[in-house]
Each structure stands twice: as C-alpha cells, then as structure tokens.
Design a protein around this ligand. Sequence first.
Ligand code: SF4
Length: 343
Amino acid sequence: MNAIEPLLSVRDLRVSFALDEGLVRAVDGTSFDVMPGQVLGVVGESGCGKSVTMRAILQLIDRPGRITNGEIRFRRDDGVVDLARLEPRSAAMRDIRGAEIALIPQEPMAAFSPVHTVGDQIVEAILLHSHRWQPGKRMGRSEARDITVGLFRDVGISMPEQRIDAYSWQLSGGLRQRAMIAMALSCKPRLLIADEPTTAIDVTTQAQVLALLRDLQERYNTAIIFITHDLGVIAQMASYVVVMYLGRVMEEGPVDDIFHAPKHPYTKALLRSIPSLYGQTRVALPVISGALPHPFNRPPGCPFHPRCPDAMPRCSDAVPKLMPVPPNQFASCFLHHEEVDPA
Ligand code: SF4
C-alpha cells in the first residue's frame, strides 16, 4: 500500500448527456488516482471520454450533461473534498477551480478575452487568489504585475515586460500557449490539467512546450494530468498512464510497463498504430480495425468487443472489471481476469 495519499482520487465517475436522441454515457464508471507531483497521461481516441472526465473534475460540464455517479476526492490543506458534490457555481468550487486546479485548454485563443491585455488578465487572476502567493497579506497591483513578468520569464517568453501588455490576438500561437501556461501557473495550482495542449501549434513549438511543461512540473512540483491521443507525447511526458475507451479505463500502469508489455488488446492496438518511438517512421501503420461506436449505440459487455481480435463469447455479455495484472498494471479484460481469478 502506498503511504503517500493521492492528491486526486476519482471513483466510479459517470457523466451522462440527456439528448433528444437518447442518453449518452460519456463517462461510464471511470476510476483513477493522481499522486502529488505526478504526471499522469490519459490517452485514447477522440470521443473516448478523456476531456469530459477532466471537465467533470472542474465541474465544467455543459448542460444537458451532468455527473450522475461517483466521487472526485481532492486533497486540500484542510482535508479532502468531494468535488462531485460541490455546486459548479459555488464559492468553494470557484476557489478550487483556477486556484488549486488549473486547466490548459487546447486552444488558448478562446481562453483569453480579446479586449484586455494578456498581462492584465493574469494580474487579475493573481490578485483574486493572492493568498496562494502571500498568505495573510494584501497584494498590490504592481506586485502582481512583477509576478506576471516573472511567470512570463519562467515560461520562456522573451521581452516579458513588453509582452505582458500585448493582446492575445497580437501573439503567435506558440506565445499564446506559453501565456496560457503562465495563466495556469498564476495561482500556484497543485494540479494542472493539460487538455491536448499542443494540438493547435506547430511541431517545433510543440516540442518546446512539452519541454517547458516538464521543466515547470519539476520546478513547482505540480501534479499534471496530460490528456492526449498521442502515445508519443505520453512517452515523453508521463510516468503513469491511463488508457480510456468509451468512457471507461481499459488499462493503467507505469509508462514503461504500458509501452513494453501492454496487457489490454486496445492498448496493444493503439501502440501498433503509432510510428515507432525509436525512429522507424517510414512504415505503413496499421490502424485499429473498426470505428469507435456511436455513443447512442454503446455495445453491451466489454465496450471494445466489436473491434477486439481476441474477443470471446463472454465478452459481449458482461463488462470486465479493472483488475490487477502483476506486476504493475491493471486491465479491464477477461483474458487477464483468468490469471487472477480462475473461477
Ligand atoms: Fe477483448 Fe474480451 Fe478483453 Fe474486451 S474483454 S478486450 S473483448 S478479450
């Protein structure tokens, strides 16, 4: 048993969207932990429920979606709070969102207001949560501006004194993403949720932003949940990986175990579908057979069974639980249940 308590513990989380066409179970019983200072990679194809899970943690689910079950236990200085029980607009949730858990979205343009300078927006965020920087002391605007300049420097923005007076639309995509990271760090969060943060930027800038996030995680010891469909990014960033499919966790484990000895057929298929991490990029890549089912047509039993090369008759009847697969992984697959539960 790990003596260190998780910073975040998600248990049997379910999120549904009641649409005219029917009920969409976007997150269907997801559980995972994030340890303090850990970089957790959450990976899966588009539509697998990764982003909805993260928005549920922040209580940012748009209607008609809602959390229908589960716990999201977050450790604060004064104890553990179940975020799933907090009202999305409550003062407690607003205090946690932004100050203790921050989000780096895919598209930073949408995160900044175009009518205020980027620096002013970060200064406001620092003043709003100034207790994170100076407990028990009032902070003036010029101090908050100095902190903002320092953050710009930390995230590698040159000429920070000038750039904080720019509007978001005056910055390049890479600079906007760096400014967004500065904004996310402005409240010294314990947990940073990075939702495909490099999707909207070019490959060179992407590598710089990944290196920056790694560096900042070490410097601030901030835990990061890194969401991506790109296993190559996971290999660079994460120490532990959660693989999601149709709103459920298919497999989880340390990054080395997942890459070198994947247990779940879906993880194996995902790994086969990416370019070699060791440079053999000029090969035709196999794709995962079949398509992600439409959310209204969720298959019974194991959600992966219509696409699984190893499917057995029982796979369409019952949902496999997430079970330990020695030495270090967990998998939701009947192939491995028999190893630990021969009955
Ligand atoms: Fe494949 Fe069955 Fe395992 Fe699901 S439970 S991944 S269908 S073998």
